[in-house]
Write a protein that binds this ligand. Structure first.
Ligand code: CU
Length: 715
């Protein structure tokens, strides 16, 4: 590994360029310093409650996706509030992160137009080497909104390849297909034909889902029905409850969102590194195998508190994080009373001391504060700051990520206590998916290496008689094709060392149980892009280990699949068309751990497998998406860092201007390779003297592209 730090002096300005990415050279890059979570005192900011858009009477709404600036409860070392640029959803100009909570009722269909108003230049660094949405840089950012847990027609599901840029200027292949097939495809139709559920909407654009969600594109969509309304009206449940969207994040010292973009590689088991070959250089910026932030946000606020009364409260907890599993517990050792799973109620509430949640999962819980007048109760997390491999985790609750939020219990009540208890019937009969099971399929989770030797999780099939047996890329031939209006059992085999939270679109499934199996991944060669092709060896006779956990016995669209195990789910596929299934670790989903799911007869003209993989190498060369972040720290006194990223070799000039548009310095001038580059300005003018306090502009000219940003020097 080679670490290259090249000091240059241009017009007397000191700059450092870190991390040149030159073809054929191995790279070591130095990540920028990040904001220390210790500067933010936990439980000092109130829990935000997103605005509610009540659509229980039906109708149409236009929600706009916009860039906005929001205070996420974080502080600088000096104790000042830091503001953060985020993406949000909202009515008109009122974008917020998380987006407003949509409430709609069974039997009353609604329509939503998700209007993309995001500007050019993503908040996060983009890895163009992934299989991803292909758009031109001056048309905004591709987005597509998926209603997670929604039972909706395929044209309104938010298919990952039905993305579109600002004002539908450009769109993905499935957008065009739906438009050609169904006519207008700007309005999404939600038929509201499912039971009360804690669904949520979030971005799903191919290859940048993790970045769009990280930047803020998520919100609750609560579906209600007559049963739930009667439980509330009769005082069994308190009300519709509070959504708690739990997400981990990292920040730069300026308050800017940060996600590591330095890929890690290890050539063991890498097809491209075999036979003495040198693997291609890692792309920069690069996706990381998994992401774990050091700040915990609930509803977009770092470690908030909520004032509550000594009575029962209802919470819809969402793990909206990229990769982090939480093992929630309460500091006073009280139980969570689980009343519902992802997509509906349990038959009877189940009390648990610990609540394990993988990314994408929701649990509907009651917290009973009745006997805790005047106490502070902390929602804690004993889950790991790394990949979750199952087993019992007991990580320190005193670390920053061991704390989530605080409930401050008052001493008086203004509302009657709800009557719900473990004997309450929340639904007329236990949830089960109607049979008979018409087909059982064996699908497999793999971990291999991509063409750059990066760890790459994948899905695939176990079918030794098929030429497609083994791991499959996103755009290889569709293998999951249930017949319309049939029930299937999916046996999901895990051959990796990690737990993967698996999500199926369209359906609410039943977790039938978990089994042991003997199938192990075997590397058999190279896939169409030069990564590894694995197959699963004979799984042997499977042995049932357990039924679904008691708190999982409701309608689910997420299933945790443990290492060395098979999880069996039963689902009914009752709407035709194109859907997907994937791991909900967003960094896995964006890196090939997603596959199409087509229900019913497949038309010949569907746009799947239209050369996306063949185009990756070309795309990486062609994409002209230069990016430059906000300098950090900002404001600054001594020195500040400016990061920019180039999609290819570019002629670059980074100029510095004062408020009167006088050129006061040049921070970079020359031909720079593809990748991320970091410049440092030491606050000195060309003559070596300290620049005066004030506003300055830094302007990046990279080939045809110009990006200008503002910085502030305060001495
Ligand atoms: Cu995964």
């Amino acid at each position: 590994m080679l670490s290259k730090i090249s000091p240059h002096f241009l017009f007397g300005i000191f700059l450092i360029a870190i991390g040149f990415s030159t073809p054929g050279m191995l790279i070591s890059q130095t990540p920028p310093p990040t904001l220390d979570p210790a500067f933010t005192t936990p439980f000092a900011s109130e829990l935000p409650v997103p605005d509610v858009i009540d659509m229980t009477n039906g109708g149409n709404k236009v929600l706009q996706l916009r860039k906005t600036t929001q205070w996420l409860g974080i502080y600088s070392q000096a104790g000042t509030k830091l503001y953060t640029n985020v993406y949000g959803y909202g009515l008109g100009n009122n974008a917020s992160y998380p987006g407003p909570t949509i409430v709609a009722a069974k039997g009353t269909p609604i329509n939503i137009k998700w209007q993309n108003k995001l500007p050019n230049g993503h908040l996060m660094f983009i890895d163009y080497s992934l299989h991803m949405a292909q758009w031109k840089t001056n048309n905004g950012i591709p987005i597509v909104t998926h209603l997670h847990g929604g039972h909706v027609p395929d044209h309104s599901d938010g298919n990952t390849e039905a993305w579109y840029t600002r004002d539908w200027k450009e769109a993905g292949p499935w957008y065009h297909y739906f438009k050609a097939t169904y006519g207008d495809n700007q309005w999404y139709h939600y038929p509201m034909d499912q039971e009360a559920a804690t669904t949520w909407y979030h971005d799903h654009a191919l290859g940048i889902t993790r970045l769009n969600v990280y930047a803020g594109l998520a919100g609750f969509f609560l579906q209600t029905d007559a049963n739930e309304q009667s439980l509330i009206a009769n005082g069994v449940l308190p009300d519709m409850g509070y959504g708690l969207a739990v997400q981990d994040r990292m920040f730069l010292p300026s308050g800017m969102l940060y996600m590591p973009a330095f890929g890690d590689t290890d050539t063991d088991g890498c097809p491209a590194a075999q036979n003495g070959n040198t693997p291609p250089p890692l792309p920069f910026p690069s996706i990381v195998a998994e992401f774990f932030g050091d700040f915990i946000l609930v509803n977009g606020m770092a470690w908030p508190f909520q004032n509550v009364e000594p009575r029962k409260y209802r919470y819809r907890i969402l793990n909206g994080s990229d990769s982090r599993f939480y093992n929630f517990q309460l500091s006073n050792n009280m139980d969570f009373m689980v009343i519902g799973t992802d997509d509906g109620f349990l038959q009877n509430p189940v009390e648990v001391r610990n609540l394990l949640m993988g990314p994408g999962e929701r649990y509907d819980v009651i917290l009973d504060f009745s006997s805790y007048d005047g106490t502070d109760i902390i929602l804690q997390n004993t889950g790991p700051d790394g990949p979750f491999m199952g087993g019992n985790y007991n990580s320190d609750v005193d670390r920053p990520t061991g704390k989530i939020m605080m409930f401050k219990v008052g001493t008086t009540t203004t509302a009657p206590n709800a009557s719900v208890n473990t004997l309450t019937n929340l639904r007329s009969q236990p949830f089960s998916v109607p049979g008979p099971v018409a087909n059982t399929r064996k699908v497999v989770l793999f971990e291999g290496r991509d063409q750059f030797c990066r760890l790459r999780p994948q899905l695939g099939i176990y079918d030794p008689n098929s030429s497609l047996n083994g791991s499959l890329l996103w755009d290889e031939m569709i293998t999951e094709n249930p017949a319309l209006n049939t029930t299937e059992a999916w046996e999901i085999y895990n051959t990796t060392g990690d737990v993967h939270p698996m999500h199926l679109h369209l359906v609410s499934f039943e977790i039938e149980g978990r089994y042991s199996h003997s199938g192990e991944a075997e590397l058999t060669g190279t896939d169409p892009v030069g990564g590894s092709k694995n197959v699963m060896g004979n799984p042997g006779a499977v042995t049932k280990l357990d039924d679904a956990e008691p708190w999982e016995n409701g309608p689910k669209d997420m299933a945790l699949v443990y290492p060395g195990q098979m999880t069996k789910v039963i689902a009914r596929f009752d709407k035709p068309g194109a859907y997907v299934w994937h791991c909900h670790i967003l960094s896995h989903e964006d890196h090939e751990m997603m596959r199409p799911l087509y229900v019913g007869d497949m038309p010949a003209n569907i746009p799947h497998g239209m050369g996306g993989n063949q185009a990756i190498a070309e795309l990486f060369q062609q994409m002209d998406q230069t990016e430059m972040g906000q300098n950090f720290p900002n404001p600054f006194a001594d020195e500040t860092n400016i990061l920019f990223s180039l999609p290819g070799v570019r002629d670059v000039r980074l100029e510095l201007y004062d408020q009167s548009s006088n050129l006061v310095g040049v921070l970079a001038n020359g031909v720079y390779p593809a990748g991320q580059h970091q410049m440092v300005w030491d606050g000195k003018l060309a003559n070596g003297q300290d620049a005066p306090s004030g506003i300055y502009y830094y302007k990046l000219v990279a080939g045809e592209q110009i990006i200008t940003r503002r910085l502030s020097l305060v001495r």
